[in-house]
Design a protein around this ligand. Structure first.
Ligand SMILES: [Zn+2]
Length: 440
């Protein structure tokens, strides 16, 4: 290959260098170039090792192929009709009426070694199709054998075929419709804004009071960079109502935390423990987020079926590209919390300066991770940056009265209750993960 290339370079430079070379040599060089190009092109084509077929065999094969296409075509037409008929109505029974039009719909079918994926989206969301293609081809290495879309009014019908044996995910038993949609959803919403903003610093002028100027309704008026707090469509917290929950199985999140030096400080509106060393990471699908800090809100910010709990812990993680992923853990009054017990001395004397806590092991923030909610939202304090991947753990943990009191005493006056009211979901999907459910 190298020698061929050298030869080509040489012949190229020869032609361009010398005007005295006669036409024959130019012709010869051109032929050499064409030959080299054509052999390079040939090398790019897939190699077929099959022996050439006789003419009758070829005709048989062609007839079979056409038959197969016809069967597929009929199936797809049928599917298309069904999807068009149920596209929005099947979802409106459980979800907000304004939502279904925007929600994409997906169905997966396995025929022989081919996986047929049917997707219906609105025109504005047709890029979900490309997200799904990239999930399949980039991450599972699947060979996409067909991809096509057709638009009828505001609706786009997509079809995608991929070879099952190529899929790392295995057969469709491991690629569930909801999973693919979830992947696509994460991609859509997380791509809206890369979260570069940090949470608000201390001495923040915003409050949690019912005050149209400084309270949650007026946060966007306090600072021009906080507009999204009141104008955004992906704000947090939200109510994690069952009606908006989809049952889905997901293996694709991992926490690998480790002990690291940490400090504690009063940020005015909350108390924060911030890790100074490498405290490990959270992996959601293949995206990695480093654990940066944790802080508390009381009462809880997220509600479940309208129920507000006594406390919510936020573990804030950031990716190398500036994306934010937050884990929310809910607490109700009961037994003391192990992690806070260790921090109690530090909490009592916490101030505006960072106070050294020594080594703090994030693994002592114990919570069950089997069942959880996931959605795309925002930071719950200004600048309310959107695109945050939220994971709210289903299992409610306990905290003692003394511990809540210690947390409330540690913040500035007026911030004893520091939870933002729930925000409109604006049709965002909220996913509920349950390991007992394999497929839905
Ligand atoms: Zn928070």
């Amino acid at each position: 290959m190298t020698t061929k290339k050298n030869k080509m370079d040489q012949s190229l430079s020869n032609t361009s260098q010398s005007r005295s070379v006669d036409r024959k040599t130019i012709e010869k060089n051109r032929r050499i170039q064409m030959k080299a190009l054509s052999s390079e092109l040939n090398a790019l084509l897939p190699q077929t090792s099959r022996a050439p077929l006789t003419l009758p065999d070829q005709l048989d094969e062609a007839a079979n192929y056409i038959k197969k296409l016809q069967v597929n075509m009929e199936k797809m037409t049928e599917r298309k009709r069904k999807l068009a008929a149920t596209g929005s109505s099947s979802m409106s029974s459980s979800v907000d009426v304004s939502v279904p039009k925007r929600l994409p719909k997906i169905e997966i079918q396995e025929t022989g070694s081919i996986l047929h994926i049917f997707l219906v989206t609105s025109v504005e969301h047709k890029f979900i199709f490309y997200e799904i293609i990239s999930v399949l081809s980039d991450e599972s290495g699947a060979e996409i054998t067909h991809a096509g879309s057709s638009t009828v009014d505001d609706t786009v019908f997509h079809t995608l075929h991929c070879k099952v044996e190529d899929c790392d995910y295995g057969a469709s038993s491991r690629i569930s419709e909801t999973q693919l949609l979830h992947f696509a959803g994460i991609a859509i919403y997380a791509s809206i804004s890369l979260a570069n903003d940090a949470e608000a610093d201390d001495e923040t002028p915003f409050t949690y009071e019912q005050n149209p100027e400084k309270g949650p309704e007026g946060w966007s008026k306090i600072n021009p960079h906080w507009k999204v707090c009141n104008n955004g469509k992906l704000q947090s917290p939200i109510d994690l109502t069952n009606a908006r929950v989809s049952l889905i199985h997901d293996e694709a999140w991992r926490r690998e935390y480790k002990p690291a030096p940490a400090v504690i400080m009063n940020r005015g509106h909350d108390v924060m423990v911030s890790w100074k060393g490498d405290a490990g990471k959270l992996t959601i699908r293949e995206m990695e987020f480093k654990l940066v800090q944790c802080h508390w809100h009381s009462p809880s910010e997220h509600t479940v079926n309208g129920t507000r709990y006594d406390l919510e812990l936020h573990m804030v993680h950031t990716s190398a590209r500036g994306r934010i992923a937050v884990i929310g853990v809910l607490y109700k009054l009961g037994k003391p919390n192990e992690f806070l017990t260790r921090l109690l001395d530090g909490l009592k004397t916490v101030g505006k300066e960072e106070k050294d806590l020594g080594i703090v092991d994030p693994r002592t923030i114990r919570f069950q991770t089997k069942k959880f909610y996931r959605y795309i939202g925002s930071l719950t304090v200004p600048p309310c940056t959107e695109g945050v991947i939220w994971t709210v753990v289903k299992r409610v943990n306990t905290i003692s009265v003394e511990q809540i009191a210690a947390l409330r005493n540690a913040v500035d006056d007026g911030y004893e209750t520091n939870s933002r009211p729930v925000q409109d979901t604006n049709g965002r999907p909220v996913w509920f993960f349950d390991p007992n459910i394999i497929r839905v």
